[in-house]
Write a protein that binds this ligand. Structure first.
Ligand code: HEM
Length: 497
């Protein structure tokens, strides 16, 4: 009895001590309006903590449906501050004190020494090095790689001609994985692998992402020890063993070999041409851990994202044939009698304005990254004068902002690329279209992604007519790290007349 009283008192003192030490945090949080993550029914509570990635998306969708201005949602043990107003989003994306990622993301996503989920210190140094390799000028030298890999895609797609619907996402993921490895100077033929072997890399990275996402919502699995005993941990380990991360050591070994050969051949040292050489350049002081985390980060960031965006665009063009014909008209006008063996160059790609509007509209309706998080390293004041305590988790729900009728009009749920006509787009607040986020931590690879997607889509659409039986309003989504369509990106292709 005596021991249990001591135990009880100790726990009470610890809890009170915690709240006393963090009294300003809780005081400020208490002043902000609350929004419930869900109605407190048993079913909803169960779904929230035990649901799959499809249910998770539904819960988040309904949560942000209720969110109007600055508000907080408490989901034990995290307090999230929802940032949904354009001026607040602008502030958070651009503020030097909101440059960090939420602790939970850094701790649970792994890759803490890489750019995407990295802590501020390695991030600043790495981003400075990497920016140079993602300018339009630097990307010019990798456009031939994009073309070469897209030509292999066309060969592979010919096997699906007039054979009914197939999930084009598998082709696009294999292509983007192969392309990023090739940009890292590792030539691996993934598109031509047997379908079963190809899909292993794809499925496993998807499984790994789902495991990370599900763990974030299961607070009892946050401590590493408890996580290591769980089924999700086992699932994540299995996914990691065979996923595309296995190429990271090969990338490093290959570049080290090339650098050694250059030295032996007395090649004069020049500025590294690819970012992968920059990682290994002693001048940049990357540790071994940082090199591997950065390579894995770029594989993950480049493999899934552009594949989702290209697949979504194809799916939407299959649904909206009139827009598809407009894209083809533009392609014919700009590329003339395009021969499949030719390469598209940067100048031609920059001229494909309607195609760009279509890609933007598809990323608006189906944003690849549906939710981004930031952490403020100092107190900040947002709209209506609310003070947000230091170290808060700030959540920006891109998918909600992109479909908001308040910002986009009553037809926000419709596919209408024309809203990106310069004159129309001027009327929209610049911070309500944020597929790549904005500010210093915006997507490093946005230009890379746009060029890659344009090359792939131009080649596919010049050759094939796209069709699908899926309807936009019937699509269901699931949320791992990216937003995916549950039904799959099912299209059929037929050669154009
Ligand atoms: C359609 C394709 C893509 C979309 C929609 C996209 C979207 C995004 C978004 C929203 C972020 C911000 C994440 C956050 O704030 O938490 C981000 C970050 C990032 N993206 Fe992309 N991305 C795409 C393609 C790529 C590609 C192809 C690469 C690399 C080759 C890349 C590399 C990165 C990196 C390294 C970051 C972290 C930037 C930083 O924190 O400084 N992304 N991306």
């Amino acid at each position: 009895m005596f021991t249990s009283e001591i135990l009880f008192l100790t726990i009470l003192v610890i809890i009170l001590g915690y709240f006393w030490n963090n009294r300003r945090f809780w005081y400020l949080i208490w002043k902000i309006p609350k929004v419930a993550a869900f109605d407190m029914t048993y079913k909803n509570i169960y779904n929230y903590y035990f649901g799959n990635t499809k249910i998770l998306f539904k819960v988040l969708e309904s949560l942000f449906e209720r969110t109007k201005g600055i508000s907080i949602v408490k989901y034990f043990p995290v307090v999230m501050v929802n940032v949904v107003l354009p001026e607040d989003i602008k502030f958070v994306f651009n503020s030097k004190v909101c440059i960090d990622k939420p602790r939970l993301m850094i701790d649970l996503c792994g890759l803490s020494e890489g750019t995407l989920f990295g802590k501020v210190k390695p991030w600043q140094a790495h981003r400075k090095v990497l920016n140079f390799y993602f300018t339009q000028q630097s990307l010019r030298s990798i456009i031939p790689i994009f073309n070469k890999r897209a030509k292999i895609l066309m060969n592979n797609l010919s096997k699906s001609e007039s054979k009914g619907e197939f999930n084009v996402f598998h082709n696009m993921t294999a292509l983007s994985l192969e392309t990023i490895l090739s940009v890292m100077e590792l030539e691996i033929d993934i598109q031509n692998l047997e379908e079963k072997d190809r899909d292993i890399f794809i499925k496993k990275i998807e499984n790994k992402a789902s495991a990370v996402m599900l763990r974030i919502f299961k607070f009892w699995l946050h401590p590493d020890y408890l996580y290591s005993l769980s089924k999700i941990y086992e699932f994540e380990r299995k996914a990691e063993v065979g996923c595309s991360f296995i190429f990271a050591p090969q990338v490093v070994e290959n570049i080290r070999e090339k650098l050694k050969n250059d030295e032996n051949n007395n090649n004069e040292y020049e500025k590294p041409k690819t970012f992968i050489r920059a990682f290994l350049d002693p001048k940049n002081n990357f540790t071994e851990h940082e090199i591997f985390d950065e390579i894995k980060t770029l594989i993950v960031a480049a493999q899934d994202t552009s594949a989702v965006a290209t697949s979504s665009t194809l799916l939407l063009l299959g649904m909206f044939k009139d827009k598809q014909e407009k894209v083809v008209e533009e392609l014919r006008q700009i590329l003339g009698n395009f021969n499949e063996n030719e390469n598209l160059d940067i100048e031609q790609l920059n001229e494909l304005k309607y195609l760009e509007m279509v890609i933007n509209e598809s990323m608006r309706l189906m944003p690849v990254v549906p939710l981004v998080g930031r952490r403020n390293l100092q107190e900040i004041t947002l709209s209506e004068g609310y003070t947000i305590p230091i170290n808060s988790t700030l959540m920006i729900p891109i998918f909600k902002i992109h479909r908001s009728k308040e910002f986009w009009g009553d037809d926000a749920d419709k596919f209408k690329p024309e809203r990106f006509e310069p004159e129309e787009f001027k009327k929209i607040h610049p911070y309500v279209f944020i597929p790549f986020a904005k500010g210093p931590r915006m997507c490093l690879g946005w230009r890379y992604a746009m060029y890659l997607m344009k090359i792939q889509l131009a080649r596919i659409l010049l050759k094939y007519e796209i069709d699908t039986s899926l309807k936009l309003e019937e699509l269901e989504y699931k949320f791992s790290v990216s937003l995916n369509v549950c039904q799959g990106y099912k299209i059929s292709i037929k050669k154009r007349e």
